[in-house]
Design a protein around this ligand. Structure first.
Ligand SMILES: [Zn+2]
Length: 466
C-alpha cells in the first residue's frame, strides 16, 4: 500500500531555489512539489504536516563523524545509536563516518568491524569513508574493490606519526590509485613529524596546559601540509579533499590551487567558525573541552573561513564530531596536553549554527543548504538521493522553525557527552520535525524514530569529477 505524506505551506529551500510549495512524499521518496494548497493532494494524503511559517529543507548531510572511534586509549563517547539520534535532533539525516584500517590488517577487516558497530543501531542513514593507515600493494588493490562496492573515499594523514601517519610516498601511491579507480582522497593536512618535535619541546619547558595544544600545532604546519598534499595530488593526477581546514594560510593554499583549475576541495567545521584559541585558554583545564586537530585558531582566522565559504574556496561544512567526556576522558590529559583525546561534539549543532550564520550575514539561506546538504552529498556520490528536495530524492526532509530561539547546553542536547562546546550560546532557529525516507524521526520536538531504521549507503564516486 502506498503511503502519502503531504507537507504544506512551507518555504522550500534547496541549494538552487527558494519556493513556497507543498511537498508530496510517496513511499519514502519525494514524489512532487506543487503550488501551495493543491486540493487533490490533501484529499488523498494519509498524513499532512503543516509547515506554515517554517522552512522545508533537505536533511543535513554530515560527511565527517567519528562515532565510537578508538583514540588515545579511549573511545569517542557517542555510539552509532546515540550519535545518529543526536544528529536527527539537529536536522541531519545522513552521516558518513570513518571505518579504520588497523596497521597490519586489511581494509576489509576494518570495514567489517565498523559495519558491525553501526548495523542495526543507526536512526538515520549512514555511509563510510575508509581510513588508510597502511598503504601497501595489498591495500592498494583492496581500494579498487571498495570503490566498486560503493565505498569511494579514503582518508590519509600527514599527522599522528606511529598511528595514522602516511609518508609522502605512500600518499602519492594512494593518490595514483584513486586517480585510476575514481576514488576521492581525503587528507588530514598537518605536518605531524614537526608537530611532535614541538610537543616534546613544549612539555620539556613545562608547558602542559590545553592551550599549548594550539600553539604547537602551528597554522604554518597546516599550510605546509596542505600545500604538499595539493602538489602530490597534482603529480598523481588525482582530486584531493582537505578535511577540517582551520588556518587562513591553508585556505589560501586551496584558493591558489583552485585558481589554477585543480580538482582541490576543502571543508571546515563549526568549531573553527565559532570558537577560537580563547576557548583553549579557558582556566582550570576547561580548555581541554576544545582540544581537537587541526586546532582552534586565533579569532582572526574566522573571517578567512567565512570568506572561503562565500567564494567557494571551501565547499563543505562538516562537524568532525568526535566527542569525549570532560570527566574521565578529556581528563586523561591533565598535566600533559598531548594526552587529551582530540575531538569535539557537534553533530547536533551544525545546522543550527549555520542557520545563525545566515542571520549574522555570513552566508545566504541557499548557501546554508549548499554547504550543509547539497555539496557534501555531491562530493561523496550521494546527490540526487540525498541533499536536495526534488522528485525521486529520498524524503529526508526537515521542517525548520527559523524564528524559534534556543540556548545550546549539555543540559538539553542529545549527544552522549557531558559538556557542550557552545554552552550558553543563544541561536535563532530550531528543528521542528525530521523525516528520514518519509518516516518521522522527530515529530514536533519529540523523538519518534528508532535505532535500526538507518540504512547503509553504498555511494557513487564524487559527482564533482569526470
Ligand atoms: Zn576527523
Amino acid at each position: 500500500m502506498t503511503t502519502r505524506t503531504l507537507i504544506t505551506g512551507g518555504l522550500v529551500i534547496t541549494a538552487a531555489d527558494e519556493t513556497h510549495a507543498d511537498v508530496l512524499i510517496e513511499d519514502g521518496r519525494i514524489a512532487a512539489l506543487a503550488a501551495p494548497g493543491t486540493q487533490e493532494w490533501s484529499a488523498s494524503a494519509d498524513r499532512v504536516l503543516d509547515a506554515t511559517g517554517k522552512y522545508v529543507i533537505p536533511g543535513g548531510v554530515d560527511v565527517h563523524t567519528h562515532m565510537e572511534l578508538p583514540f588515545g586509549g579511549t573511545f569517542a563517547s557517542d555510539t552509532f545509536e546515540t550519535g545518529t539520534k543526536a544528529a536527527a535532533w539537529g536536522g541531519t539525516t545522513t552521516i558518513v563516518d570513518f571505518a579504520v584500517q588497523t596497521k597490519g590488517q586489511s581494509l576489509r577487516a576494518g570495514l567489517d568491524a565498523w559495519y558491525a558497530k553501526a548495523d542495526g543501531n543507526c536512526a538515520i542513514d549512514y555511509g563510510f569513508h575508509m581510513i588508510l593507515s597502511d598503504v601497501n600493494d595489498r591495500t592498494l588493490k583492496e581500494m579498487d574493490l571498495l570503490v566498486e562496492e560503493g565505498l569511494t573515499s579514503f582518508k590519509l594523514f600527514t599527522a599522528y606519526p606511529g598511528v595514522f601517519f602516511s609518508d609522502d610516498g605512500q600518499i602519492l601511491r594512494a593518490m595514483q590509485r584513486a586517480s585510476s579507480n575514481g576514488g576521492m582522497i581525503m587528507m588530514h593536512a598537518e605536518n605531524g613529524l614537526a608537530i611532535d618535535v614541538l610537543v616534546e619541546q613544549a612539555l620539556q619547558r613545562g608547558e602542559t596546559d590545553p592551550r599549548y595544544h594550539g600553539e604547537v600545532r602551528k597554522a604554518l604546519l597546516e599550510a605546509e601540509a596542505t600545500h604538499r598534499v595539493i602538489k602530490l595530488a597534482q603529480v598523481a593526477g588525482a582530486p584531493v579533499y582537505v578535511v577540517h581546514v582551520s588556518a587562513q594560510e591553508a585556505v589560501a593554499e586551496l584558493a591558489r590551487a583552485r585558481d589554477e583549475g585543480l580538482p582541490v576541495f576543502g571543508e571546515t567545521c563549526p568549531q573553527y567558525l565559532f570558537l577560537s584559541t580563547d576557548n583553549l585558554a579557558e582556566p582550570d583545564f576547561e580548555g581541554a573541552k576544545y582540544v581537537c586537530s587541526t586546532p582552534l585558531r586565533p579569532r582572526e582566522h574566522q573571517a578567512a573561513l567565512w570568506r572561503g565559504l562565500r567564494t567557494n574556496d571551501l565547499q563543505v561544512v562538516s562537524t568532525d564530531h568526535c566527542p569525549f567526556c570532560f570527566v574521565g576522558q578529556k581528563e586523561l590529559g591533565r598535566g600533559d596536553f598531548s594526552k587529551i583525546p582530540n575531538g569535539l561534539p557537534g553533530v547536533e549543532n551544525r545546522m543550527d549554527l549555520l542557520h545563525q550564520a545566515v542571520l549574522d550575514g555570513h552566508i545566504s539561506r541557499r548557501r546554508w543548504i549548499e554547504i550543509a546538504c547539497a555539496t557534501p552529498a555531491r562530493m561523496f556520490g550521494l546527490y540526487g538521493k540525498k541533499g536536495t528536495i526534488a522528485p525521486g530524492a529520498d524524503a529526508d526532509v526537515v521542517i525548520y522553525d527559523p524564528a524559534a530561539e534556543q540556548v545550546m547546553s549539555a543540559e538539553t542536547h542529545h549527544m552522549n557527552v557531558d559538556y557542550s562546546a557552545y554552552e550558553g550560546k543563544r541561536v535563532t532557529g530550531r528543528v521542528e520535525s525530521v523525516l528520514s525516507r518519509g518516516e518521522l524521526v522527530i515529530d514536533q520536538r519529540e523523538f519518534v524514530g528508532r535505532a535500526g531504521h538507518g540504512a547503509y549507503l553504498a555511494r557513487g564516486t564524487s559527482q564533482y569529477l569526470g
